[in-house]
Design a protein around this ligand. Structure first.
Ligand SMILES: [Zn+2]
Length: 472
């Protein structure tokens, strides 16, 4: 099967969630795509005879979802750390895995994650790529991203050096000149975390970001890792701005939140990962109180899913659970939930576009914007009807398996539930297997298995004065 690179596509009779502020769901509505842009939205639209017609009746059309922090390079070890905490991740992954990575392993992970994004309606993914020890790794990352017709942001990083080292090299600058060439589908950020050095050597990397006119993406507020002191040093050096994306933030103080809010910073929340690994409690409740721009992310498929439906559902659940827990602790009841399904869908679309500075181009279904569109429709799934509350249906009922059609920049990459990227999928299957085989063969089998089965704490049963079968 080939990709449809036709000039026009028209979705017919969809429920359209434009994600424009204050706009309700549009029912029985057509959306016309021409030359990569959204050309018209309305009932019974005229379309060119050559347009590909997509019957969207019974489905929900949303803007393509945007993941603002995913370590795509790790995806070939999908699920390996399903039972990990953050401590397990640092121990097993950084001791046993990352130094064994070759450029082809980064390629394999990126290709697999890129295909997964397309299949699941994530039309833009920020590749938080901190495994780029040399530009040979970075070339491999970009080779994979450009193999798949999605929208990607390479957030360039290198865990093996301080950012003041790698970002200042000729090799890095040559890479940027060679590979970041203004292609609409591939943009650029730099990614690094703050050290504990009070001299703030990171200043040099912020200077590089300013010179390249790109955003900085940083893990901030990770329990036992990056903390308030790092954020305070950023503030003292005047580098907090609306061009910084802070990942997680759950363990930052109120003072740090106020500094982020006052400088227009964006936060990327990865609830599935935060709940499993312990970076800090999913912070949407706090971000809301500070009026901070919020987007969602999936972090690493080594631990959790790369699926934005799960990200939305986990985030809504964590936010509401905390509200109930706090209320019950105070002897009270939450009568009305604060966070709505519509809010988390906004985080997953417009919020992501704002974070990466592309909200004038993507993130909503608006005439003139680039056509990144996802039709959620599955007539074979009983969970897909009736659709009474469209945003609620997307967040609480639908899944990646219900993604019917995906359009990126006007190009259909998935149709009728089938990803139209057979060649890339076949290649991914081969290179991912080779990568897993390489990693496994390069270490002791016991070490490989130990990573899958971290120690499990003993759980002491609470003493129970009652006995089963005995009338107490
Ligand atoms: Zn991360």
């Amino acid at each position: 099967m080939t990709i449809y690179q036709q000039k026009s596509v028209v979705f017919r009779r969809a429920i359209v969630l434009t994600m424009e502020p204050g706009r309700d769901a549009l029912h029985d509505t057509d959306v016309l795509v021409q030359d990569g842009r959204i050309a018209a939205i309305g009932a019974g639209l005229d379309a060119p005879a050559s347009a590909v017609e997509i019957d969207a009746a019974g489905g929900i059309l949303i803007p393509g979802m945007i993941d603002t922090h995913r370590h795509m390079w790790q995806t070939a070890q999908r699920g390996y750390g399903a039972d990990w905490t953050l401590t397990n991740y640092f121990y097993f992954y950084y001791i046993n895995h990352v130094h064994r990575f070759r450029p082809e392993d980064v390629y394999a992970g990126n290709l697999l994650a890129a295909l997964e994004s397309m299949n699941a309606g994530v039309t833009t993914t920020v590749d938080w790529s901190h495994g780029l020890r040399t530009t040979a790794y970075a070339d491999a990352a970009v080779d994979a991203l450009t193999r798949v017709p999605g929208r990607f942001v390479l957030a360039y990083g290198n865990y093996a050096q301080g950012p003041w080292e790698w970002s200042g090299t000729k090799e890095f600058r040559d890479f940027v000149d060679r590979r970041i060439t203004g292609n609409d589908l591939l943009s650029f950020q730099i990614a690094f975390d703050m050290s504990t050095d009070p001299a703030f050597p990171e200043q040099a990397a912020f200077d590089v970001a300013r010179e390249l006119d790109v955003r900085v993406n940083t893990h901030a507020g990770v329990w036992g890792g990056s903390d308030d002191a790092g954020l305070r040093r950023m503030a003292d050096h005047g580098v907090l701005s609306d061009r910084v994306i802070y990942v997680h933030t759950g363990s930052l103080s109120e003072d740090s939140y106020q500094r982020i809010a006052a400088t227009g910073g964006h936060v990327s929340v990865a609830t599935e990962s935060e709940s499993a690994a312990g970076q800090g409690y999913s912070p949407t409740r706090r971000l809301r109180r500070h009026g901070i721009s919020t987007s969602l992310s999936t972090d690493s498929s080594v631990l959790v899913s790369g699926d934005m439906f799960h990200a939305m559902r986990a985030t809504l659940g964590a936010d509401r659970a905390l509200g109930h827990l706090e209320a019950h602790a105070a002897g009270a009841t939450v009568t009305d939930n604060e966070l709505r399904a519509d809010d988390v869908l906004r985080f997953a679309t417009r919020g992501g576009a704002e974070a990466i500075g592309q909200d004038d181009r993507i993130g909503s279904i608006t005439v003139g914007r680039r056509a990144d569109l996802v039709l959620i429709k599955n007539d074979r799934n009983p969970a897909m009807f009736p659709i009474i509350h469209p945003a609620g249906h997307v967040v609480q009922q639908a899944g990646a398996g219900d993604v019917h059609t995906v359009v990126v920049d006007g190009t259909i990459v998935k149709r009728d539930g089938v990803l139209l990227l057979d060649a890339q999928l076949a290649e991914a299957r081969r290179v991912v297997q080779e990568s897993v085989d390489h990693l496994r063969a390069s270490m002791d089998e016991a070490a490989w298995k130990a990573g899958i089965t971290p120690d499990q704490p003993d759980i002491a049963l609470i003493e129970n004065p009652y006995r089963y079968g005995i009338n107490a």
